[in-house]
Write a protein that binds this ligand. Structure first.
Ligand code: OGA
Ligand code: MN
Length: 202
């Protein structure tokens, strides 16, 4: 595990983003996909919102996905497997970058056909507690034409499009990498999360 964590850390240091395939075993990816699909069909997802607190609003023109937050205390086996892997990464990145990284938050995200998420940064203006964004894609059947690519921008506005392939794990710096999700032409599912530096306050 250490060497993949190290590769990710080096790539983030160099490029602010790291893209990795087939790191999480397929069995876990498939189980997560089934759990997300079942939860979605049971109406357990909520429309995603933008911003935080009072400024929090739903703007369908900006963001059309639905989410279900994961709770570590009620996690399934597959969710725990993934959560532990991410916590291992969190500890590694914390030492590597010499920053305090307190916790990880994760949610399933479901983009129905036609949904997209306009260009944005993951750090809120008034908060800077999200340090790294991490997305594990669960689209084991993805094919060209299904859309939903992640478009990641560089400082000079050039960009790279990444298909949301099942098992693909993308990690980037929440404070610098502007990105968007292109329109999905088929349902698009992921586990999206953030490695944060703040404590959870109930
Ligand atoms: C987000 C986001 C990107 C993706 O949820 O903030 O930008 O590829 N997701 O799902
Ligand atoms: Mn984002």
């Amino acid at each position: 595990m250490e060497h993949i964590y190290h590769k990710i850390a080096e790539e983030i240091l160099e490029n602010s983003i790291s893209v990795n395939d087939q790191i999480i075993d397929l069995e876990t990816v498939v189980a997560l996909r089934e759990e997300a699909t079942t939860d979605y069909e049971n109406g357990a997802f909520e429309k995603a919102r933008i911003g935080k607190g009072i400024g929090k609003q739903r703007i369908a023109e900006i963001r059309g996905d639905q989410v279900r937050w994961l709770d570590k205390n009620r996690a399934t086996q597959a969710q725990l497997t993934y959560w532990k892997w991410i916590d291992g990464l969190r500890n590694y990145l914390s030492e590597f970058f010499r920053i305090h990284l307190e916790r990880t938050e994760l949610h399933f995200a479901y983009y129905p056909k036609g949904a997209f998420y306009s260009r944005h940064l993951d750090q809120f203006k008034e908060h800077s507690d999200r340090i790294f964004s991490i997305i594990l894609y669960l689209n084991t059947e993805w094919k060209p034409g299904d859309g939903g690519e992640l478009r990641a921008y560089e400082k000079d506005d050039s960009f790279t499009d990444y298909p949301p392939l099942g098992g693909r794990l993308i990690i980037f710096r929440s404070d610098v990498v502007e990105h968007e999700v292109l329109e999905a032409h088929a349902p698009r599912i992921s586990v999206t999360g953030w490695i944060r530096r703040d404590k959870l306050i109930y």
